[in-house]
Design a protein around this ligand. Structure first.
Ligand SMILES: NC(=O)C1=CN([C@@H]2O[C@H](COP(=O)(O)OP(=O)(O)OC[C@H]3O[C@@H](n4cnc5c(N)ncnc54)[C@H](OP(=O)(O)O)[C@@H]3O)[C@@H](O)[C@H]2O)C=CC1
Ligand SMILES: O=C(O)C1=N[C@H](C(=O)O)C[C@H](O)C1
Length: 271
């Protein structure tokens, strides 16, 4: 079988450059295009040179649809507005769309779901094996430990350039905890505390966000009981873990029927 032709959108970004590097070292995948926005100073540059892998003959372009039409899949770690636009193009071109972008609104999610009627989409707030396994463990722990006895708090820290909070991973872990408890995350989460908050409402799932320096991504789920605490943590040391997961997702989705999939599906961790 021929190599899967992949396009990286947001190619000059932190994840874009990492994806270009990981595609170059992955058997069965080849870089077929690299997209940036129309006014990007990187247009026309060689994508391999920009990513530090040496020239690969793929020039950064903003001509999205023709580039998608020549490919099999798109790897997208950009911004919510850009991702919604790329989902429409990927649906039109019938190419796999792997979405790592976080911070999407309910309206964005609805548009992405609609696009998944026409093409396979894999979307996750974290593409690493470690975090997705952590989610499974969190769900089990939350199910085993009663809300009356254990409070769940989620702490995350990321680099100072990150623009959304709580992180997509924190929300993924919160959703896993809520699922374990048999509740909905939307009406049980406490995302911010400030001033005279009163005591902690039983059964809620709390979030705390730290930003600074170059931290790739740290997450802890704390189950706090009377006299004891369980802490389940993941520390990302290199963006390559997300990029490897995204390429794996694209290869997994290639040839599959249209639909919205998660990394749990890709990794065989869904029940
Ligand atoms: N799910 C996961 O495993 C992971 C998810 N992420 C998420 O991925 C996203 C990107 O992260 P990161 O790489 O650090 O961010 P960066 O800001 O470094 O990269 C984003 C890139 O996308 C480009 N971009 C934005 N809008 C468009 C557009 N309309 N057309 C083309 N290119 C566009 C940006 O260009 P410009 O600078 O000109 O705006 C930039 O080059 C975030 O949402 C982050 O949370 C990150 C790591 C792992
Ligand atoms: O913006 C980042 O960098 C990351 N974003 C994702 C998130 O929001 O959880 C994944 C990872 O933690 C890095």
């Amino acid at each position: 079988m021929s190599d899967m032709k992949l396009v990286v959108v947001g190619a000059a970004g932190r994840m874009g450059r990492t994806l270009i590097r990981i595609i170059a070292e992955t058997q069965g995948a080849v870089l077929a295009g690299a997209i940036e926005r129309e006014d990007s100073p990187h247009l026309g540059k060689d994508a391999g040179e920009l990513a530090g892998t040496g020239p690969n003959g793929i020039a950064i372009s903003s001509d999205t649809l023709p580039v998608f039409a020549r490919a099999d899949g798109v790897l997208d770690f950009t911004s919510p507005a850009a991702t919604v636009g790329f989902a429409a193009y990927a649906a039109q071109a019938h190419v796999v769309h792997v979405i790592g972008t976080t911070g999407c609104s309910a309206e964005d999610e609805a548009k992405i779901k609609a696009a998944a009627r026409h093409t396979p989409i894999v979307k996750s707030g974290n593409m690493s094996l470690g975090v997705n396994l952590l989610g499974v463990l969190v769900r089990q722990a939350a199910k085993a430990l009663d809300a009356a006895d254990f409070d769940i708090e989620i702490l995350e820290m990321h680099h100072k350039h990150k623009v959304d909070a709580p992180s997509g991973t924190a929300l993924l872990l919160g959703a896993a905890a809520a699922e374990g408890r048999g509740i909905g995350l939307a009406n049980s989460s406490v995302r911010v505390r400030d001033g005279h908050t009163g005591p902690r409402p039983e059964g809620t799932i709390g979030f705390a966000t730290l930003r600074g320096g170059s931290v790739v991504g740290d997450h802890s789920v704390i189950l706090a009981g009377a006299g004891e605490r369980i802490v389940l943590s993941h520390h990302a040391e290199d963006r390559a873990i997300f990029a490897r997961g995204a390429v794996k997702a694209a290869l997994w989705a290639h040839g599959r029927k249209s639909g919205l999939y998660s990394m749990l599906d890709v990794l065989g961790l869904s029940e």
